[in-house]
Design a binder for this molecule. Structure first.
Ligand code: GRF
Length: 188
C-alpha cells in the first residue's frame, strides 16, 4: 500500500476527488492533508473523511528538518500538490526527488509561472485567442510550473467561451483525470 500526502491551500475540489478515489483502494491511502491556511475549505473536506491535517504556514516550516523527518517517518511515497500556493523549497524537493507532483490548469509551458493561477490563467488563454486549453500534471522542481511533464489532457475552447465556463470545464477535466493519473504513477 502506497502512502499519499496531499498539499492544498484552497477549496479542495481536487483534494476531495483524490480522497474519494482512494477511499477504498488497495493501491494507495491518503495519509494526510498539509495546508498552509487555517480555515481553508479543504480542511473541512479532509475532516469529513477522517484524514488528519497539519497546518504548515510558511516556507521555513516546510523546509524544517522536523517536518521533512515527519513525512519520511510516515513513509510518504508521493506528495500531491492540489492548489498549494507556497513554493516548495529545495530541501523538500531533494528529500522527495521525483516524488512531488502538481496539477496546473493550462497546457504548460504555456500560461505557467508566477501569478498564473486561478482565473488569471483562463483570462490569459482567452485573451490570446487560443483554440485549446487543458491541464498539465508535472513533477515539481524549484521553479513554479517548470518540472518535467507527466501528462496533459486537452479541451477545446468554444466560440462563446468565458473565463467562468473555461474554469468549470478545466475543473471537470482535473477531477476526472488527476486521481487516475496519480494511481497510474503509483503503479509504475
Ligand atoms: C486547480 O485549478 C489546480 O489546477 C491548481 O489549483 C486549483 C485548485 O483548485 N493548481 P481546488 O482547490 O482543487 O478546487
Amino acid at each position: 500500500m502506497k502512502h499519499i500526502a496531499i498539499f492544498a491551500s484552497g477549496t479542495g475540489s481536487n483534494a476531495e476527488a483524490i480522497f474519494n478515489h482512494f477511499a477504498n483502494s488497495n493501491v494507495a491511502k491518503v495519509k494526510m492533508l498539509v495546508c498552509n491556511k487555517p480555515g481553508a475549505l479543504v480542511i473541512e473536506k479532509a475532516k469529513s473523511k477522517n484524514i488528519p491535517h497539519y497546518i504548515i504556514e510558511n516556507k521555513q516550516k516546510l523546509e524544517a528538518d522536523e517536518f521533512i523527518n515527519f513525512l519520511l517517518n510516515e513513509k510518504i511515497d508521493l506528495i500531491v500538490l492540489a492548489g498549494f500556493l507556497l513554493l516548495i523549497p529545495q530541501k523538500l524537493i531533494q528529500a522527495f526527488e521525483k516524488k512531488i507532483i502538481n496539477i496546473h490548469p493550462s497546457l504548460l509551458p504555456k500560461y505557467g509561472g508566477k501569478g498564473m493561477y486561478g482565473k488569471n490563467v483562463h483570462e490569459a488563454v482567452l485573451l490570446n485567442k487560443e483554440n485549446e486549453s487543458g491541464i498539465t500534471i508535472h513533477y515539481v522542481n524549484e521553479n513554479f510550473d517548470e518540472g518535467e511533464i507527466i501528462n496533459q489532457v486537452k479541451c477545446e475552447i468554444e466560440i462563446n467561451e468565458t473565463v467562468d465556463s473555461l474554469q468549470k470545464k478545466i475543473n471537470r477535466l482535473e477531477l476526472k483525470n488527476y486521481p487516475v493519473i496519480i494511481e497510474k504513477l503509483l503503479l509504475r
